[in-house]
Design a protein. Structure first.
Length: 85
């Protein structure tokens, strides 16, 4: 089994109201010195077998067509863990 993680974040030029709300709340909760917050999504995909270039290409295709709205979001794909659970 292998785990591949797809992180999806709004593009830097896109307004992030959720991130801004969190940023404004943090000082009220005693968390000072945080100058910016961006909110995103994380997908963990468990794969059968090894993670090869073909498997990663399929995951990138899924991320581009389904997991992320590429008009306003960027995504990264990375292998987090390989081997038996």
């Amino acid at each position: 089994m292998a785990r591949v993680v797809v992180d999806v974040m709004l593009k830097p030029e896109i307004l992030d109201p959720q991130g801004q709300a969190v940023q404004r709340a943090l000082p009220r909760l005693g968390f000072d010195g945080i100058t910016d917050v961006r909110q995103g999504k994380r997908f963990e995909l468990e794969l059968e077998g090894p993670v090869d270039e073909a498997a990663l290409a399929r995951i990138r295709e899924a991320a581009e067509s389904f997991l992320a709205n590429t008009v306003i979001e960027d995504f990264t794909v990375r292998v987090e863990a390989e081997g038996e659970k």
